[in-house]
Design a protein around this ligand. Structure first.
Ligand code: PMP
Length: 326
């Protein structure tokens, strides 16, 4: 779908996948007005196909657009574009289970010109790719590196938006994590470099206490971390399961201390791609520790199974999160 000043959204088209021709002076290449989303179509136990919370993605896309001075795509147009692509060939959606069809809606400036200003022309597109199970051999905890040198987002910046530049800025820290032998980077706040924010492409959760008294908490949305849709779904699911939940400010010292005295029993990350990933070991320039016994915790497994069951329609969709593709 195209957008241009004066004309608004127009020319929605379904086209075969093909390379784009780009003018070397395309404004996105120079000034980075580029935002995206990620959501999945899941095969339901009754054979139908459903998108999981596409309205939440559409709304986040609008917020990202506002932050990047881009036009807002109506929620219905966003969902319709996703549906159109899935409907084109439903056989791309794998069978019930962890496999899915990943959809990538995105928008970028398509105007040609040099000069820093919001562009007058944009292109919104959706592409799709089958996504396998993230852990084909069973869930495996990841190791994380606490990034104390680099920050992902600063107050007043674009941390809350899902824009391409945030990911470009994070690559060097991800490379540092890999050099340290870790799978993922954990971002801390930009001011004190103390408070845990999120992971490279996932939000974080901590289980305080254990058993029926467990409290499931996640870092508060400060404006510098991405409000993940999985994060929001899990707060709701944990409450539905009868657990206490909370949005907290948690420092790396709190984490290390809580780990040592057992008050933090499990830690996991969550996002559309990996659903739920347990965190096994934590490393920083000054310390290193293992979360629990380094194995996926009981609540981590339970929440993961509940979310997967919900996404495939095998348990009741109490919150109307499944959007059937008719
Ligand atoms: N944080 C970041 C930086 C991400 O890129 C993602 C993936 N979109 C998430 C968190 C998780 O968000 P969601 O649950 O909406 O996939």
């Amino acid at each position: 779908i195209k957008w241009s000043e004066g004309k608004g959204w127009h020319d929605a088209q379904l086209e075969p996948y093909a390379p784009l021709r780009m003018d070397p002076a395309n404004m996105t290449l120079h000034y980075g007005q580029s935002i995206f989303e990620g959501l999945k179509a899941y095969r339901q136990t009754d054979g139908s196909v459903a998108l999981f919370r596409p309205d939440a993605n559409a709304q986040r896309f609008q917020r990202s657009a506002r932050r990047l001075a881009m036009p807002e795509l109506p929620v219905e147009a966003f969902i319709e574009a996703c549906e159109l692509l899935v409907r084109q060939d439903r056989s791309w959606v794998p069978g019930v289970g962890e496999e899915s069809l990943y959809l990538r809606p995105f928008m970028f400036a398509s105007e040609v010109g040099l000069g820093v200003k919001p562009a007058n022309e944009y292109l919104f597109m959706v592409i799709a790719s089958p996504a396998g199970a993230y852990f084909p051999g069973g869930i495996k905890p990841v190791s994380v590196w606490l990034s104390e040198e680099y920050t992902r987002a600063a107050p007043g910046g674009t941390g809350e938006a899902k824009c391409a530049g945030n990911y470009a800025a994070s690559l060097v820290a991800q490379a540092e994590a890999a050099q340290q032998g870790c799978d993922q980077v954990v971002w801390l706040d930009a001011v004190e470099h103390r408070y845990v924010e999120e992971m490279g492409g996932m939000n974080l959760y901590f289980v305080q206490g254990s058993g029926a008294d467990a409290r499931i908490v996640t870092p508060r949305l400060t404006g510098t971390l991405l409000p993940g849709i999985t994060r929001h779904s899990l707060l709701t699911i944990a409450e539905d399961l009868g657990y206490a939940t909370g949005e907290v400010q948690l420092s790396t010292e709190d984490w290390q201390r809580g780990n040592a005295d057992g008050s933090i029993s499990e830690v996991f990350a969550c996002g559309t791609a990996a659903v739920i990933t347990p965190v096994g070991t934590v490393k920083s320039a000054r310390a290193q520790w293992t979360v629990g016994d380094g194995e996926p915790g009981e609540l981590t497994r339970k929440l993961r199974e509940t979310l997967l069951a919900l996404q495939s329609g095998s348990i009741e969709d109490r919150h109307g999160w499944l959007h059937r593709v008719g």
